[in-house]
Design a protein around this ligand. Structure first.
Ligand code: TXA
Ligand code: MG
Length: 346
């Protein structure tokens, strides 16, 4: 059975945090909120605990984990070399949704890094995450707390839906605020390379360290997919068939409303994962709307994105229609997740 403890996201009760840390130190699994998504945590230095993460998630062992520490100083517990650029980035973005790829310490289990000689590490900003790491006294490895391939969880209920009975404890601290995962930045190469766009934008990173490369989308057949297997094609998927329309807003909405009409005629139920103001284009068609927020407010869109996919799935829609919001700022991460969730891109 999976227990849930409810905590204040701002000032978590130290007694409850202590109970959770005892589970971590007894090699158990604890799901906890970070500012991005809920993570499924285990002692990063304990191979047996790490093995349980892969089993609970149904995650293939070639997909390495992010190690969470409570301060910049603590990255030396898992990273063997810390290039000067790390301090610059940490000063601005930590604690926060940025993960850095660094050369690993020998004692970090291969199961954490999938045998790579690098380790992914970040300092999360969520008070519950920080309190749990501090109370445990060990670095905590945590992938997103969903079944492998499914949409990442932004609430404790999402974690429960995916992992009930498979993990020991869920710390419920309400909805996460960023809503998409951290940006994964490889700083072992020059220039550094964004392996996964996320909560910290490319523009914000470049303002601090200059130009970075962006890893291009990979397909499963691509050799280099092994470098960061979380970047494999389809991922983050809802059950319904998600159709993503990219391109300019007016023509995208026209194409999507034509699809909605056609689906309706075929007796299929349609969910809309769109900006508030986009819903007008579907007024005469019976659809189930999930308004993500205003398209001028990408932070809100990102925060609501995964909850939208899960909510529409819960309503048993057959298809989900979505459009993307450009590639500026957080738009890049939103675009990336929609692309991976999509069964069809038009
Ligand atoms: O926001 C987040 O990053 C969340 C919260 C819980 O911190 N975690 C998360 O973990 O999204 P996960 O396991 O779902 O994604 C980890 C990503 C994957 O794309 C993985 O391939 C990449 O990080 N990664 C981990 N270690 C790596 C390494 N040594 N080299 C390259 N990529 C790595
Ligand atoms: Mg994940």
């Amino acid at each position: 059975m999976t227990r849930t403890l409810t905590l204040s996201p701002h000032s978590p009760d130290p007694n409850l945090i202590r109970q959770a840390s005892e589970i971590i130190l007894r090699r158990g699994l604890v799901a906890f909120p970070t500012e991005t998504v809920y993570g499924l945590g285990a002692n990063a230095l304990d191979e047996e605990a790490i093995a349980k993460i892969f089993i609970a998630k149904g995650r293939p062992s070639n997909d390495p984990l992010i190690v969470h520490v409570a301060s910049v100083e603590d990255i030396s517990r898992v990273a063997s070399e810390i290039p000067p650029i790390v301090k610059k980035l940490a000063d601005v973005f930590w604690p926060g949704p940025l993960t850095l790829i660094l050369p690993k310490q020998a004692h970090v289990p291969d199961s954490v890094t999938s045998g790579l000689n690098t380790v992914a590490v970040r300092v999360p900003s969520h008070p519950i995450a920080l309190a749990l790491i501090r109370a445990s006294g060990v670095p905590i490895a945590a992938p997103s707390a969903n079944r492998f391939g499914h949409t990442s969880p932004t609430t404790a209920a999402h974690v429960m839906d995916d992992l009930n009975g498979r993990i020991d404890l869920i710390l419920d601290g309400g909805s996460t605020t960023v809503g998409v995962e951290s940006t994964v930045l490889d700083v072992t190469c020059t220039p550094p390379m964004i392996l996964r766009p996320g909560g910290v934008s490319r523009e914000a990173i470049e303002a601090v360290i200059g130009a970075v490369d962006l890893r291009k989308k990979r397909t499963e057949s691509d050799d280099e997919a092994q470098v960061s297997p979380g970047l494999l094609g389809k991922h983050y998927t809802p059950r319904a068939e998600l159709i993503l329309c990219s391109g300019e807003k007016k023509s995208a909405l026209e194409k999507l409303s034509a699809l909605a009409r056609q689906a309706q005629a075929e007796g299929r139920s349609v969910g809309l994962l769109l900006a508030d103001e986009d819903m007008k284009s579907f007024e005469s068609i019976s659809c189930i709307p999930y308004p993500l927020g205003s398209s001028s407010d990408l932070e809100t869109i990102a925060r609501n994105l995964y909850a939208g996919m899960r909510t529409l799935d819960d309503k048993n829609v057959n298809i989900i229609l979505a459009r993307d919001f450009g590639e500026q700022g957080l738009g890049l991460a939103i675009h990336d997740r929609l692309m991976r969730a999509a069964s069809q891109i038009i």
